[in-house]
Design a protein around this ligand. Structure first.
Ligand code: HPA
Length: 244
């Protein structure tokens, strides 16, 4: 098993990862967001990729998701844990909280969202009933229990197009649809991983309440402050995952 971590906003590099190498890659779909960084955590090898580039410069709708996932597969990665900053919609999803979603609703559009687009020998429809790998989710949840990190063990992640945040009405609609979390990068990343047969799960770190859930505007300063706390917890959780 080779594990890759794709880090989102607030996780451009991982403290506690002993870096052993770095590789830039080209893929048939273009360049991944950054060099792949090889490292060791608790004596286990892993690969790290900064989803928005390093430094953080690629907005969610401009990320080359296909290159990122294809490059991971090229390196022999079998499992991906995606870390993502999200807005909280469900009552428990307060800033700083961590959730391991089990479902997705995709509201994004206009993204290159499949490897099965051109030169097809036959039309392929992947099964996406469970969009996140159940065994990999279980491993993360067990790691959280082992390390005493409070998490919510399931939830629906709604992926918006961004880069703007949502309106109050949009968040209300998402709540009615059953979304617990709102982010901008969950798709097509999860589906592309499934298309290549990679096990993929998500650690969502809540950066703010979704628009209109509490009064006032959402500021980048608040998001950054909450992510500092939340991402430290996410790193502790990743360390616990490598022990399993
Ligand atoms: N909406 C969408 N994506 C996000 C948010 C949000 O409120 N916070 C962090 N990522």
């Amino acid at each position: 098993m080779t594990l890759a971590i794709i880090g989102g906003t607030g996780l451009t590099q991982i403290n506690g990862l002993t870096i052993t190498g770095q590789q830039s890659l080209d893929t048939p779909f273009g360049s991944p967001s950054a060099d792949y960084v090889f490292g060791e955590m608790n004596g286990k090898q892993l690969v790290f990729l900064a989803r928005h580039g390093n430094p953080h410069r690629i907005p969610p709708h401009k990320i080359n998701y296909r290159a990122n996932i294809w490059g991971s597969k090229q390196l022999g990665v079998t499992d991906i844990i995606a870390v993502a900053a999200v807005g909280g919609i469900g009552a428990l999803m307060a800033p700083g909280h961590i959730a391991i979603p089990d479902q997705i609703i995709d509201y994004s559009y206009g993204r290159e969202h499949t490897f099965f687009a051109d030169d097809l020998e036959h039309v392929t429809h992947i099964d996406f009933t469970e969009p996140y790998s159940p065994p990999l989710r279980k491993r993360i949840i067990k790691a959280a229990h082992n390390s005493g990190i409070p998490i919510t063990e399931a939830g629906t992640y709604g992926c918006t197009q961004g880069p703007r945040l949502e309106t109050v009405a949009e968040i209300k609609r998402m709540a009615q649809d059953g979304c617990d979390l709102v982010g901008m990068t969950g798709m097509p990343e999860a589906a592309l991983a499934r298309e290549l047969g990679l096990n993929y799960a998500n650690i969502s770190v809540v950066a703010n309440w979704g628009a209109g859930i509490v009064e006032g505007e959402i500021t980048m300063a608040d998001i950054e402050k909450n992510l500092e706390v939340g991402m430290d917890k996410a790193i502790e959780l990743l360390k616990a995952v490598t022990l399993l």
